[in-house]
Design a binder for this molecule. Structure first.
Ligand code: SAH
Length: 250
């Protein structure tokens, strides 16, 4: 199994592949202030196994196109959508977030939780803008420094892992330069990281390691996750995911 297949195998049975939460999803959606009299066109980009895509299909009068480049995640999503009774409102699309087959101005809402870093925040919001209708809304979560300064250790770790990490005001500036008007922002609380992401992941590692007979690669992947969690627990005062809601300027 190559490293990508291992990552898929570790994550595919979990409800989330990154920090997030149901209440936070609703808070972001409220801030989006969508007009829901007519059916909405929605895209969820980097949808993983589908917690937000399914929630969007449940609460909105909408068609949701759920995009991910990993087919295994989309299969889990499709099963979960059937179980939730919303499969008829979700289309899955296997493809890359930086090469989307959509028409211009196709969507009222583009959603993306914990995924845009894969192409970079600035590149992502700039590229996706064309697919929003005029005054369409973007709801995107992105790792964010929550203070102006921080200990060297955590600064170095995240700058190496994701050089684009920044403060909320820096992200707002990116959104404004890319042609959006920011309309809401909040940070995800600790339970979104621990209860909803790191702990379910930790609980699935014993079986994962057994499945892979404690191979060096499997052990290394688990260790990487444990180190990331330990770092979070030590330095959570300095970073979180920020949820950014912004409207496309005309
Ligand atoms: N939104 C989900 C998943 C977040 S993890 C959640 O909040 O649980 C990031 C997701 O982005 C993964 O599912 C990964 O497969 C997907 N991804 C990474 N790079 C991608 C790319 N270039 N194109 C499309 N999806 C990508």
């Amino acid at each position: 199994m190559d490293s990508l297949e291992l990552i898929v195998d570790l994550h595919r049975d979990n409800p989330r592949q990154g920090p997030g939460g149901e209440a936070e999803f609703r808070q972001a959606l409220t801030l989006a202030g969508l007009e829901t009299r007519t059916s909405l066109e929605v895209a969820d980009i980097g949808c993983g196994t589908g917690s937000s895509a399914i929630a969007l299909a449940r609460v909105l009068n909408a068609r949701v196109t759920a995009v991910d480049f990993l087919g295994a995640f989309l299969e889990t999503l499709e099963q979960r959508a059937r179980d939730a009774g919303v499969a008829d409102r979700i289309d899955t699309l296997k493809g890359s977030m930086d090469e989307l087959p959509f028409e211009q101005s196709a969507f009222d809402l583009i959603w993306s939780e914990g995924a845009i870093y894969n192409m970079g925040f600035a590149r992502g919001v700039t590229y996706w803008r064309q697919f929003l209708k005029p005054r369409g809304v973007l709801g995107v979560s992105e790792i964010t420094w929550t203070t102006q300064s921080r200990p060297q250790e955590v600064d170095s770790y995240w700058r190496a892992a994701y050089p684009e990490i920044g403060t909320a005001s820096e992200k707002f500036a990116v959104l404004e330069s890319a042609g959006y008007s920011p309309i809401g922002y909040f940070t995800l609380g600790e339970h979104c990281w621990l209860d909803n992401y790191y702990h379910p992941l930790r609980d699935s590692t014993a079986q994962f390691l057994q499945r892979h007979q404690y191979s060096d690669d499997a052990v290394a992947l688990v260790r990487e996750g444990e180190e990331e969690q330990a770092l979070y627990e030590r330095f959570k005062a300095f970073y979180s995911y920020g949820f950014y809601i912004a409207r496309k300027c005309e």
